[in-house]
Ligand binder design. Sequence first.
Ligand code: AMP
Length: 271
Amino acid sequence: MKILFNNASLFKSLRPFNDIGFIPTMGGIHQGHLSLIKKSNKLCKKTIVSIFVNPKQFNNKKDLESYPQNIKKDLNILKKIKKIDFVYLPKFKDIYKDKQKSKIKIPKKDQILCAKFRKGHFEGVLEVMNNLTKIVNPQKIFMGEKDFQQLYLVKKLLEKKYETKVISCKTIRDKNKVALSSRNFLLKKSDLNIAANIYKKLEKIKKNIKNPKNILTFLKSQKKELTNNFKIKIDYLELRDEKNLKISSTKKNSRLFIAYYLNNVRLIDNL
Ligand code: AMP
């Protein structure tokens, strides 16, 4: 596993290869990340993982400051699994030429879910993914369904502009079915238990979605109930179509999306 600290060493190391799988991350490595790495290993000759906490995608300074970062621990985990050829650890100047705001705009119809509640977040995500794709020039990029809206927007942008394919990978969960996330490192065990109970309730809610005419009202009342029962703030609880992310009136090909705050930590999930 070779560590690439800047673009010059990345260009030199990757030049001979034309079957590269890329897993972009912000560190805080967990089994979710490792599942993407395993998939890349199966489908590509070389696998590169990047670790870069992208300041431009944080719409809240405190969130950026508290984001879990432990590069030494991450590298130890990555080294142990023996499936990675390169780890790319860029600096801000490797990715960006200036500190200006992203020129990429999210169309109005996509300003839903997290795009609505985290202003500027996806503009930052798309800018970093666009720049990373130009730099790494991979054949395939592996991304998780856990961040479904991110996967949807990135795939739409990159597959139009580049030959790179964006491969979607299933959400990996802990034994209590809580979706793994670097942000879980910020939670106490008691919070993780609450997250597990919220997931159980979400499964029930999805199961009970039946009458297409009443879905919006039903979800509105369930949102209220979840808020009161678990003392959480919920940004959204919505059933949306997997293909276009439009509000859905049927469970078929649809997912239930949630974003909520547990002790000031913002968690998202979809099922
Ligand atoms: P992050 O480090 O949180 O930016 O995530 C890097 C990549 O890992 C993204 O494509 C995420 O969607 C993916 N990812 C994060 N958590 C999970 C999970 N629990 N299961 C599968 N993929 C995940």
